[in-house]
Design a protein around this ligand. Structure first.
Ligand code: NAD
Length: 342
């Protein structure tokens, strides 16, 4: 948090979007695998690893929609970055906040490529933990400053209005999702419910909009009616993962999608007409976390915002691990004797 404040939240979001875009541009360098997920009735716990051949990173993250009822967060995370040449860890960091920042940076980076030019208004459906970050990133990166807000829980919307008041947004709290999307060129759905929900139905979505659907991110958890997908051009992060976790889990296995790195690299078209509906089926991919870890490591240098941790055994002779243990045992036994004598 001190690092983010020392840089400024909106600058962090812009920087992160650049790091993520750079890594997406280097797509072929990365070791890619769908995240490793352990599902339960209550939620999911996931590991998200990747490497660019120089660094290796992973994030541990959960998703438990019921948590907020008992005063816990839906998503919590931490992550690690290591050197590939030695295998030694370089950075261990919290990633709950970093996930919100990188998710928002990814959404806005994608919207910069796909949203209608000159978009000013976003409907924000689901006003929970991610929502302020989404709003700030969409403004910092895409210039969107009019927000129409809806959540089934009015207290969540009130919290969002409270947090964003005075920051220069034009905010409208709405009573229904239908009302929220009126006049919006970008629609963000960011709700948490472990079910096939229908936050948006087909008749609600007009031509020409960009949908940033990021709440449906695991099997059995979607937000959009299938008919919207059929009318849209769907963009994803990493297809093998999104087929299992994204909105497209509702569709046949050969449902056409474009991976975002292709648009960024100029290898596939993004938005090609004013009437086209573009849909980012965002589930969160390991490379985004890797970019965020890289960013934190780079920015921490020269600051005092970290502690050196003693979590790697460090024997004087690298092959004498046992000797190190034995000597530590002898010295702690000595210390105990000394203590007893005192
Ligand atoms: P949260 O629990 O803090 O907020 C979710 C909000 O959705 C709550 O305020 C809830 O009242 C609201 N909601 C639930 N059902 C709704 C409905 N039918 N209509 C309108 N609002 C509804 O969760 P969060 O941390 O903001 O995360 C939201 C979702 O985004 C979660 O499902 C999470 O797993 C997902 N997520 C995705 C990514 C990604 O990279 N794609 C990253 C982080 C979180």
């Amino acid at each position: 948090m001190r690092l983010v404040h020392s840089i400024g939240v909106e600058t962090v979001l812009k920087d992160l979007a650049r790091y993520i875009e750079d890594d997406f541009r280097s797509w072929d360098l990365f070791d890619k695998t769908p995240r490793v997920a352990a599902h339960s009735e209550d939620g999911v716990i996931e590991l998200m690893p990747t490497s660019d051949g120089v660094s290796y990173g992973f994030k541990y993250v959960n998703g438990h929609p019921k948590n907020t009822k008992s005063g816990l967060q839906t998503v919590t995370a931490f992550g690690l970055l290591a050197r590939v040449d030695t295998g030694y860890p370089e950075l261990l960091t919290e990633m709950t906040l970093l996930t919100a920042l990188r998710t928002a940076a990814t959404s806005a980076m994608v919207a910069r490529h796909l949203a209608p030019k000159g978009a000013t208004t976003m409907a924000m459906i689901g006003n929970g933990a991610q929502s302020e970050f989404q709003a700030l990133a969409m403004r910092a990166i895409c210039g969107i400053d009019r927000l129409r807000l809806y959540d089934i829980d009015p207290a969540a919307t009130a919290k969002l209005v409270r947090n964003l008041s005075g920051l220069g947004f034009d905010l409208t709290a709405c009573k229904t999702a239908q009302e929220a999307i009126v006049g919006a060129q970008v629609i963000t759905t960011c709700t948490a419910d472990k079910q096939y929900a229908t936050i948006l139905t087909d008749n609600m979505v007009g031509s020409g909009v960009h949908i940033n659907a990021i709440g449906g991110d695991c099997p059995g958890k979607t937000e959009l009616h299938g008919d919207i997908l059929r009318r849209s051009d769907v963009f994803v992060e990493y297809t093998p993962q999104t087929r299992v976790e994204g909105e497209i889990q509702q569709m046949p296995a050969d449902f056409p999608v474009t991976e975002m790195w292709q648009v960024i690299a100029g290898a596939a078209p993004g938005r090609t007409s004013d009437r086209q509906i573009t849909l980012f089926d965002g589930v969160g991919f390991a490379i985004e976390d890797f970019s965020a870890l890289r960013y934190v490591r780079d920015r921490l240098e020269g600051t005092g915002f970290f502690q050196s941790l003693d979590i790697i055994a460090d024997p004087d002779d690298p092959r004498d691990l046992f000797g190190m243990l034995t000597r530590a045992g002898a010295s702690s036994a000595g210390m105990q004797r000394d203590g007893a004598m005192l």
